[in-house]
Design a binder for this molecule. Structure first.
Ligand SMILES: [Zn+2]
Length: 318
């Protein structure tokens, strides 16, 4: 086996460390909950505890590894190796994560946001294997996207490419997490799906979702009920339709071979994918649509760790 890599994943709900081969095999992996808004120092300490455990399971020393890749759950200034901000955890603005990880491990290090990492992970090891032009979108609590163009991650002028979640879709639509109104996220992210269901129930709609206390109602509940409940189905159809519309617009610009849909809401499968595909086909220019498949993520919950591994393999081994 070629020299293994250390892969680190920092997310709002979980932290993960793994030993990954340059071919995308996970030799050992340790996962822990992120916890209740820890400081960056606490997150980094926990992450290195997990790394030691993963290395010990793999029977390897740090010195046996070639490089370390980090997938971070928020925008990252790729050139500087610094976190721009994090919407789920506080205190991360400007943290020089690449330098910290490089010094702690003594290895060449690379840091990028989770959507870029997952896009590369799907391209090297997953659903987009062998493709050159890829759009990856994650529909989860928020909505993020990563672009691979001519086989490389496209990061743009200041590392902000792929903000498909904040594409404006609905005139005078709901207020978004970014402060503007009517973004894709405000009508299709996990928080928006749960919010639509709560609003409909508060307005007296008839639905089996009523069996769940309103404050606890989640997007996962709405997805789960969508097979048998008309209100839940209507909410997911609408969210999937908006994601399909945004993807059709992005695809008309980029002309991808494949669009990979990941994230917690997408794990509900055809419930979301069917209305998404149908809207995508309705709105895309036919000649562009002919060349583009729309598929579900192959890496699933391992997209963070395999994305981090893919980053290290693609950016540091060549
Ligand atoms: Zn927005």
């Amino acid at each position: 086996m070629a020299t293994p890599l250390l892969a680190l994943d920092i997310g709002g709900t979980k932290l993960a460390a793994g030993v990954v081969s340059p071919e995308g095999e996970v030799t050992a992996e340790r996962i822990a909950p992120t916890g209740d808004d820890p400081t960056p120092e606490q997150v980094i300490e926990r992450l290195f505890d997990l790394s030691e455990e993963a290395l010990s399971r793999a029977g390897l020393a740090l010195s046996a590894l070639a490089a370390v890749g980090v997938s971070f759950g928020g925008p990252v200034d790729y050139g500087a190796g610094k976190v721009i901000t994090c919407h789920h955890l506080s205190g991360w603005e400007g943290v020089p994560l690449r330098e910290i990880v490089g010094e702690r491990t003594g290895l060449p290090a690379v840091v990028d946001n989770d959507a870029n990492a997952a896009a590369l992970g799907e391209t090297l090891f997953g659903a987009a294997c062998g493709c050159q032009h890829v759009i990856y979108i994650t529909v989860s609590t928020g909505i993020g996207a990563g672009l691979v163009l001519s086989g490389r991650v496209h990061r743009g002028a200041n590392s902000m490419a792929g903000e498909l979640g904040h594409t404006h879709l609905v005139p005078y639509g709901p207020r978004c997490t970014c402060g503007r109104m009517g973004c894709l996220e405000s009508v299709a992210a996990g928080w928006a799906i749960a919010g639509s269901a709560r609003d409909a129930l508060a307005g007296g709609a008839d639905s089996v979702l009523r069996s769940i206390p309103l404050a606890e109602l989640s997007a996962e509940d709405v997805c789960r009920m969508a097979q048998r409940d008309p209100l839940a189905r209507q909410i997911i159809d609408r969210a999937g339709g908006y994601v399909g519309l945004a993807l059709a617009r992005a695809a008309n610009v980029i002309n991808p071979e494949i669009i990979v849909v990941g994230g917690g809401v997408a794990e509900s499968g055809e419930v979301l994918m069917a209305p998404l595909r149908s809207a995508f086909q309705r709105y895309i220019m036919p000649e562009v649509g002919e060349g583009a498949r729309v598929v579900q993520s192959a890496l699933g919950s391992r997209s963070g760790i395999l994305g981090a591994g893919a980053l290290a393999a693609a950016e540091l081994l060549e």
